[in-house]
Design a protein around this ligand. Sequence first.
Ligand code: GTP
Ligand code: MG
Length: 338
Amino acid sequence: SQRMRMLKRQMECRNDIHRLNAAFLAIYQSLIPPEEERAKQNQLLALLEKLVCKEWPEARLYLYGSCANSFGVSKSDIDVCLAINEDINKSEILLKLADILQSDNLQNVQALTRARVPIVKLMDPGTGISCDICINNVLAVVNTKLLRDYAKIDGRLRQLAFIVKHWAKSRGVNETYQGTLSSYAYVLMCIHFLQQRRPAILPCLQGMETTYSVTVDDIECAYFDQVEKLRNFGSANKETVAQLVWAFFNYWAYGHDYANSVISVRTGSIISKREKDWTRRIGNDRHLICIEDPFETSHDLGRVVDKFSIRVLREEFERAADIMQYDPNPCVTLFEPY
Ligand code: GTP
Ligand code: MG
């Protein structure tokens, strides 16, 4: 922590910190989806609703993931959840759905019934948008709302998360099938990081009075969702996005205790691996970087990380931290393709 204090002082002395902040804000602005993309997404959702309701009048469609959690960059695919109360199995529904979509001229329709999360993929030639539809993944709809609610509290969360996601995609460390982290995991890392700043920039919504509560698959999801009342929460902290990006990478490069710590948005704090019994490898879960899901608390979003990809990740965090510290032009170097 002495090293952190020293680095922090150096960072504050970077005499280009204001220019750097303006450059990060410009990158953030350039990643925000234009309003007409939203209109196209809604147009596609309306079409899908029409088709689905013809076959299953009781079914409902929900947007989740980055098109609904406010962390979506321009030209993202959309994620849709079909909520349906029928006893036929998921594969049958997906195959039937694929049939329906195909006969309505949607393109590249593909049912992936054996995936970890089974889905139908499609591309809508009308809007040019690609879309994944899953069945009854209601927890994802609820965690989407949690992320969106956090984003409303302080604008710096969205700025930081856009920069981190853009960095992760540029550097090839946003590929769960290659053992690196999902976008969802990176956003949780950003939320946790801002809960930990002093003064704090984000509160811990699950630690406050419950104003929203649903039970999904026996998991009670409850938190304070009247976030309009928290608009000034982070105002005592004056850090800019450039300082936060620097401190975020510095934390994951040099500050985090990978051997013992779990980051937990649910509690707004660091908890120990021991208390979660995440100290040894069980099956394929190695727990080399531990990110607790806010609702499915037995779920470690770092479970995809293996002994090779943890090195890749940590080297990338160190590279990013060092660039933020010393590089004359971090806004370019940080995002260089790997
Ligand atoms: P991009 O598509 O990369 O812009 O980001 P995204 O926010 O859509 O993220 P991602 O594709 O990683 O995940 C889509 C959504 O699925 C997330 O927002 C979550 O709601 C949900 N999700 C993804 N991974 C998990 C997981 O491991 N556990 C749970 N409970 N939900 C997940
Ligand atoms: Mg997505």
